[in-house]
Design a protein around this ligand. Structure first.
Ligand code: NAD
Length: 376
């Protein structure tokens, strides 16, 4: 009997210390549906800062630990110990944290990219398969109801056979040197891994394109650059993609496009129509029909399919956004832990594809290799 079925799940946050970006988002998303509660954490590598974060999250101060090993040992002794950990630390810490939890039999929800390097992701995949402990990844954008609607419509043939995919993810916050701590580790190869922008946001764009099309990328041509001279890692990326059905694609990911904030946009065109979605206006999906009509699909519409309806919380016209999309990943993960189906939840296979994207694109671009096979 799965004892998680009828109670709220308990989780610990690894990372998410004072001043961090994504940790507090995880806390809100996890708790949105009252199915999950933050009860513990190793919020920082500094014990004092971890304690301070524990106070700000209003958890029992005794459960704000100095590191994940101490957390796992102490939580294992409690009758109300954590059911899973969320990993929201810089990339180089994903593998050690995930491995420690998985080997202790504690499930893991990790932020992307899966690890810092492809070799680490392969090690992680082996640990997941050896331990059999649940693991999933927060490819957040696949949690939007209209991305799930788009996926279902594409699969049902709404735009016909796919010919062209354009996914772009422009940001501008790294257009110059900055002393933000988020920038510091993202541009440090020892902490981020071999990819900069491609690892930070390129993997999101790549996952979303494959998620909605249902098609795998099989070849690519990559041109990555560091526009800001002090950097060794890329901050500006363009890739040409070839999908398994022969469709051509373009992936743009850049963090030096001044004026852009979080402009993720996905366009897919088939032989019967096309679709267009923008993350900054996520409650509208455009469907273009071959006869020239453009249909405006709105979040919350009664006409939406079951995947979108199941992930919408407010009535039509009452906008939802990033936090709710993130919460949908948590809801899927809770289902998985309770032994229910969660077929759209990203897992280690998606993590390996993301890490292979970083590795292949960085190498192919550096070597000016032209078109290369994309093999995971
Ligand atoms: P951040 O620098 O703002 O925060 C990282 C936190 O981890 C800090 O509180 C730091 O003290 C803590 N930390 C570092 N080493 C630690 C250790 N050994 N043990 C415990 N805590 C430790 O970084 P961020 O922007 O929040 O990014 C964190 C992760 O989340 C990255 O992997 C990033 O790629 C990912 N991310 C994902 C999304 C998304 O949309 N899914 C968005 C932003 C960031």
């Amino acid at each position: 009997m799965n004892d998680m079925r009828d109670r709220r799940l308990r989780f610990a946050l690894i990372g998410g210390g004072p001043g961090s970006f994504i940790g507090p988002v995880h806390r809100i998303a996890a708790e949105l549906d009252r199915e999950i509660e933050l009860v513990a954490g190793a919020f920082s590598s500094d014990a004092e800062r971890s304690r301070a974060a524990g106070l700000s999250y209003r958890i029992d101060p005794a459960r704000a630990y100095s590191d994940i090993a101490t957390l796992l040992a102490a939580e294992a002794q409690r009758p109300d110990g954590v059911d899973f950990v969320t990993i929201a630390t810089p990339n180089h810490h994903h593998l050690p944290a995930a491995r420690a939890a998985l080997e202790a039999g504690v499930a893991v929800l990790s932020d992307k990219p899966a690890t810092a390097t492809l070799a680490q992701a392969r090690t992680l995949a082996a640990v997941i398969s050896q331990t059999g402990t649940p693991y999933a990844l927060t490819y957040t954008y696949s949690g939007y109801p209209l991305m799930r609607e788009a996926r279902a419509r594409v699969a049902a043939g709404a735009i016909g056979s796919i010919r062209k995919v354009v996914v772009e993810y422009p940001q501008g916050w790294l257009a110059a040197d900055t002393d933000s701590k988020q920038a510091a580790w993202r541009m440090d190869p020892d902490k981020a891994g071999p990819g900069g922008c491609i690892a930070d946001i390129g993997v999101h764009a790549f996952h979303l394109a494959e998620f909605v099309t249902g098609l795998k990328v099989v070849r690519l041509l990559a041109d990555l650059g560091s526009v800001v001279p002090s950097r060794t890692l890329d901050d500006d990326c363009q890739l040409l993609l070839r999908f398994e059905n022969g469709a051509r694609g373009v992936l743009l990911a850049s963090q030096v496009m001044l004026g852009e904030r979080n402009g993720l946009r996905l366009r897919i065109h088939g032989d019967r129509g096309g679709l267009d979605w923008r993350q900054e206006t996520p409650n509208t999906l455009l469907i273009h029909h071959a006869d020239g009509r453009t249909e405006i699909v709105q979040a919350g519409d009664a006409s939406l399919g079951p995947d979108a309806r199941a992930t919408t919380r407010t009535p039509g016209g009452h906008p939802e956004g990033y936090l709710e999309a993130f919460a949908n990943i948590y809801r899927d993960f809770a289902r998985r832990l309770r032994g229910e189906n969660a077929p759209l939840l990203p897992g280690i296979a998606d993590g390996l594809r993301g890490m292979a994207l970083i590795d292949t694109a960085v190498t192919a671009s550096r070597e000016e290799a032209g078109w290369v096979d994309f093999i995971v």
